[in-house]
Design a protein around this ligand. Sequence first.
Ligand SMILES: [Zn+2]
Length: 356
Amino acid sequence: MPMSSSPPDPLPTPSLPSDFGTLPKAELHLHLEGSIAPATVVSLAARYGDVVDEATAAARYATPDFSAFIEAYIWVTSYLRAPEDYALITRRLAEHLLTQNVVYTEVTLSVGVMLLRKQDVEANFRAIREAASAFEPKGLRMQWIFDAVRQFGADKAMEVAQHAVDSRNVGVVAYGLGGDELAVPTADFRPVYEFVAAHGLRRLAHAGEIGGPESVREAIELLGAERIGHGIATFRDPQLMALLSERSIPLEICPTSNLCTGALARQRALPHVSVLDHPLPQLLRSGVPISLSTDDPAMFGTNLHREYELLPQMGLRTEEILRVAAAGFDGAFLPPAEKSAYRTAFRAQAAVLGLL
Ligand SMILES: [Zn+2]
C-alpha cells in the first residue's frame, strides 16, 4: 500500500474547558466610553441630529495604531453630551457584562474628558449610578474609577482628583491616569496621587502599554500605583517582574487591545505580531498577578469570554487560566470579607465544573 499523500490532521486548537463561560467573573480594566457598541453610537448620534450608520461607526473603530485609536475615542465621546447619554451607555454596558457572567466590575470613567467638554461631572455620575443600580438585583456590582487624561497635565488631573474625592462615598473607589503615556513626566502627577491617597482612594495608572518598563516602575514608585493598567512592557525587565511579584502588584492585561492599538508590536519591536507574541504567559509564570480585561470592548470588537479564549491559545493550562480568573477578584478594590465571598462563589462554581 502506498502511503497516503494527504497532510496529517492539524493539531486541535486548544480551547477553554467546556462551561468555562458559566464561571462568575470580575473585570477590572474597562472604560465606559470604550464600551459603546456601533448600534449605540447610531442612537447617540441621532439624539444630536447626526446620521451615522453602524458600518461607519464600526469602520471608525477599526484603528491601525494608538493615535488612530485616540482619534476614534475622541469622536465617539463627542456624542456623550448629557447625563441621559451616560445613563444609556451604562445600561448597555451592564447588559453586556451580564452576558459574560461578570458579577463584579470597576469601570473607568474619563472624567478628564467630561471636564474638557465643560460637563457637569456630578450630574453625569448620578445618572451613571442610577442606571447601574438597576443591575445589582440581577447580580452585577459596579464600582467606579475616575480617570484623568495624562496629556492634559497635572493641573487638570488635580481637578479630576477633587471630583473623585468628592464622590468617594458614592461608589468611586480609585483614581487613575490614562491617555498618552509618553506625554508629561510621571513625577508631575505625584502631588495628585498623594492627594487622592490622603482621602482614602486607591491608586491606578496606565503604564507600560506603549511606554517602557521604566514607566511601570515610575507609576509604582512615584505614584504609589496599586494596580497597573496593561504594564506589558514589564516582560522586558526581569527585576521589575520580580518587584511586581514580591509586592503582589497586579497587571490588568487586555490582549486584544494590545494587538489593536499596536502596543504589543511596539513592545516586541516587530512590524507584525499575533497573540502568540503576548508576554502574558511569561509574566504569569514569573509570579506577577495577572487579571484579564477587555479595555474598550466595543472599539476592539471583543468581550471578556473572547479574551479568555485567547489564553489556551497562548499555551496556558486550565489551572493557570483559573488563576487569572481568580486574580480578577483578588485585585478588586473591595473590603477583604466581600472579596473572599466572591472568591468562595468562584471556587464553588469551578468545583461544580470539575476544574479544581
Ligand atoms: Zn485602558
